[in-house]
Design a protein around this ligand. Structure first.
Ligand code: BV8
Ligand code: ZN
Length: 244
């Protein structure tokens, strides 16, 4: 069946959507693109900040060397995000939590737009731009959307860092293991708006596939994950998801 946007949704996917009880959704920057959030690799070249590729400025090594520079990068991105709202893709995924008995939303995004759209229990594999963490006592501090971030830890006074997972750093304890268990257990896995280049997140669709799930990708462009998918819908998430 053709969607308004002209991409096709197979009868098999329709049937899987009708029958599935355990559904895993994995999202990347593409799900936030229609909200105005710049993607990292959209358009082929990777994002650059002050001449540094994002996986350099967003690395554990950079944090060790120059915490203020890392904060400047994340302060800039929080500034961009402040005015942005969830789009139809986030809103549709939020509604799905009442549609599927067991929906697991796993995101690589640190923008918090799934939660703003009403999604509960989102697994933030790479942390959140709206939190800071003490470098010493690891106390987590919420950063208000309108307000300023903490300059130092309110408990021990030591320096704080963005509570995101930087390149070369381990994911939050248990987060990937939980997502991997849900991937191995799901009947339907929807891979939405990710280039599938960053690991271990990009390994989740493979876990779902090898456990027998029907895997469907929604992305205007093919990715390294497209071949393992049972269905690859080439379209924008904000246009395709409301049609599913
Ligand atoms: C780790 C937070 C243990 C910070 C991020 C195995 C093989 C190779 C390398 C590795 C490996 N294992 C580990 C590594 C190293 C590394 C890695 O994967 N490197 C890559 C670059 C090769 N992984 C790590 O370092 C991870 N840690 O493994 O720890 C360890 C430690 C040391 C050594 C070994 C093991 C930590 C990775 C997490 C890093 N932090 N984010 C920040 O935000 O700044 S990653 C960040 O980049 C995002 O969170 C996301 O994961 C990734 C960007 O990817 P996408 O979200 O997919 O976005 P992208 O722009 O690339 O693509 C957008 C897509 O959307 C495109 O396909 C486009 O077509 C599509 N699109 C556009 N518009 C739309 C759309 N789709 C739908 N609708 C639209 N409208
Ligand atoms: Zn502290």
């Amino acid at each position: 069946m053709q969607t308004a946007a002209g991409s096709t949704i197979s009868a098999e996917l329709r049937q899987r959507l009708a029958e599935a009880k355990r559904v895993l959704v994995l999202t990347g920057a593409g799900v936030s693109a229609e909200s105005g959030v710049p993607t990292f690799r959209g358009g082929g070249n990777s994002a650059v900040w002050k001449g540094l590729p994002f996986d350099v400025i967003s690395s554990g090594a950079m944090l060790e060397r120059n915490l203020p520079a890392v904060w400047e990068w994340f302060d800039y991105r929080r500034g961009v995000l402040q005015a942005l709202k969830p789009n139809a893709a986030h809103e549709t995924i939020a509604r799905w939590q009442d549609r599927f008995p067991e929906l697991t939303v796993v995101t690589q995004n640190v923008d918090g737009l799934h939660q703003l759209a009403g999604s509960r229990n989102v697994v933030e594999l790479h942390g959140s731009i709206w939190r800071a963490r003490c470098l010493v006592c690891r106390l987590v501090h919420e950063i208000p959307r309108e307000g300023a971030r903490p300059e130092a830890c309110r408990d021990c006074g030591n320096a704080v860092r963005p509570d995101v997972v930087l390149f070369g750093e381990m994911l939050p304890a248990g987060a990937f293991e939980f997502a991997a268990q849900r991937a191995a257990d799901c009947e339907l896995c929807l891979v939405i708006g990710t280039s599938g280049l960053v690991y271990p997140a990009a390994g989740l669709p493979e876990i779902a596939k090898s456990a027998g799930a029907f895997v469907c990708e929604i992305n205007p462009e093919p990715t390294p994950l497209s071949d393992l998918c049972d269905e690859a819908i080439q379209g924008k998430a904000g246009e395709v998801l409301p049609e599913l």
